[in-house]
Design a binder for this molecule. Structure first.
Ligand code: SF4
Length: 286
């Protein structure tokens, strides 16, 4: 007889899947099981063949042959179709005009209904910070605090990001912070490809205006849409990539670091790469 997942178990399972997603582990194959042991969900059924949490698996995963193996046994993610390329880089905006250029992008966003995420949002969370920042952080999307305030990274993860920025010897108002999507996904789920591809066009325009010297992708979703391909996060960290004309460093999302503080050391190593590229030295510890 089939069992039913209670809400707490389902939430814990979703959080664990998201946790693995931050690590770049994005597909989970279920071994054949006794039908009597199959667990049913209270709401949407889970696909029998694959539980996919990555932002890019819709319609793409099904084309792959699926080995009957657990992700622990097979860490290799097969190649995927390329994602839509970021639009051509726009002409440089003079520093004095960047604030007004960003304002124009915000006006273009308007009361946006271009993707399904608009239905659940309270506020659109546009990028925030210096229009002339040398360093820009890109996260995944707003959470509850951001949705309420309309400002990126203001919750607990935002506090940690502030600490990370301070550790680099910078002030938050000296950097620019944005997300792949500007509306909060329901239940803080990972944005769907259609949502991320639609909204990231505004992200790319902000990057074109600010022209940071270094971009830091916070987490797998930001890395995926900035690089235009999906790879395990572990394989992307620790080196310098490129987003068009900008150096790109990939590290963990602060929300992930809150769940697993042991990885802060790794994140700090990534930020030191960014600091090296910017010619920054860490301030002495107080
Ligand atoms: S997430 Fe972006 S594209 Fe989608 S409705 Fe919000 S602002 Fe528009």
């Amino acid at each position: 007889m089939a069992r039913t997942l209670d809400a707490a178990t389902r939430k814990a399972l979703e959080e664990r899947l998201r946790f693995y997603g931050e690590l770049g582990l994005t597909e989970f194959y279920r071994r054949p099981v006794d039908p009597s042991l199959i667990v049913e969900c209270e709401s949407e059924p889970i696909d029998d063949a694959v539980i996919s949490i990555a932002p890019h698996t819709v319609a793409e995963v099904v084309e792959e042959p699926r080995p009957e193996t657990s992700v622990q046994e097979d860490q290799t993610i097969p190649p995927r179709k390329p994602f839509p390329a970021a639009p051509q880089v726009a002409a440089a905006v003079p520093p004095a005009d960047r604030v007004s250029a960003l304002r124009l992008i915000r006006e273009d966003v308007g009361d946006c209904t271009r993707c399904a995420l608009h239905t659940g949002r309270t506020k659109i969370v546009f990028g925030d910070g210096s229009a002339q920042a040398r360093l820009m952080f890109v996260g995944e999307g707003p959470g509850a605090d951001e949705d309420a305030q309309g400002i990126p990274f203001v919750g607990r993860a935002g506090q940690l990001l502030n600490n990370m920025i301070a550790a680099m010897g910078l002030k938050r108002e000296e950097v620019y912070i944005a997300n792949v999507v500007m509306c909060r996904p329901p239940g803080n789920r990972t944005p769907e490809p259609a949502e991320a591809n639609t909204c990231s066009q505004f992200l790319f325009r902000q990057i074109d205006v600010v022209r940071p010297e270094v971009l830091v992708a916070l987490g797998a979703t930001a890395a995926t849409y900035l690089l235009g391909q999906r790879q395990p996060l572990a394989g992307l960290r620790g080196r310098v990539h490129g987003f068009r004309e900008t150096k790109l460093i990939v590290t963990y999302h602060p929300a992930f670091l809150l769940r697993d503080p042991r990885q802060k050391k790794e994140a700090w190593a990534d930020l030191q790469i960014a600091m090296h590229e910017l010619g920054l030295k860490a301030p002495p510890r107080a």
